[in-house]
Design a protein around this ligand. Sequence first.
Ligand code: GTP
Ligand code: MG
Length: 310
Amino acid sequence: VRKPKKKKVLLMGKSGSGKSSMRSIIFSNYIARDTRRLGATIDIDLSHVKFLGNLTLNLWDCGGQEAFMENYLSQQRVHVFSNVGVLIYVFDVESRDVERDLATYVAILSALLQFSPQARIYILIHKMDLVVPSSREAVYNDRVNAVRSKTMEYAAHAMGGPAAEALDLIPFATSIWDQSLYKAWASIIHDLVPNLSIIERNLANLGLAIEAEELLLFERTSFLAVSSWTSPEGQRNPTEDRLERMSNIMKHFKQSISRFTGTPRNAEQFIRMEHKAGMRFSLFILKFTTNTYLMVVLPPGEARFNAAML
Ligand code: GTP
Ligand code: MG
């Protein structure tokens, strides 16, 4: 039996929009300020990222300088755009020439729809930290609407009404300077992990058995939240971005221990961390399987904590 070809994840967008930066933070343990050292990507940077043991992400970080883009659209068209599972298109929110960015995007979209019409499309409006907080929402909505209408306009023209309506863009506002990056990438990864429903069912069973309020399953190296389960009580937690906040915090924690102990950035692993004496909750985070960490949030109580840990 031949193994099915691994689907590609294409990372595209204008030069300088921040593609390699996000890739390095999520998959290579960079912190935000390390990305200032990155040079422009020449042609395509291919990487095979091992994920959850048996899943390999075939990530294509495509340099965005104009000459490269033109080349993807012409000579390399079939090579680049066939067998794509996910396109992540990155827009620099600070860009001065939005119309031009959109035109390039539509050219990429047309090639994608030609060779991989089933691919999922993520739109990241990136570098949101550069927009003053009071206008972030408005600027973001404005950009997303512009991308949506261009997409629909193109698709209606090229594919006809019903096919165009089925086209679904998944937008995110991101920045490497906060946890928003983790939210977007956790969602992207979530769609790529096979058998996630089995993992989710088992996580729920475990959560009920140990009377937890919340379980979060993190992938070991990226510390992205692959899956989670929340009890009805836990759903009353008003902090909505807690998953990605945890990813961000744990990632920084791992980096600081590796700096402190002098171990290479990928080698260090902690075994367990706990917070037991809380008045409102207790929690522990432990190495769960070879490729995951599990975070367990429990109502207060030593007995319940110890039983859950066991
Ligand atoms: P090409 O490889 O030429 O296509 O560019 P790229 O999209 O890979 O851009 P790269 O990741 O190299 O980032 C360019 C610059 O943007 C770097 O100096 C990053 O530090 C900066 N940058 C990336 N993400 C952000 C962000 O969220 N906010 C801010 N303020 N700067 C960012
Ligand atoms: Mg790059």
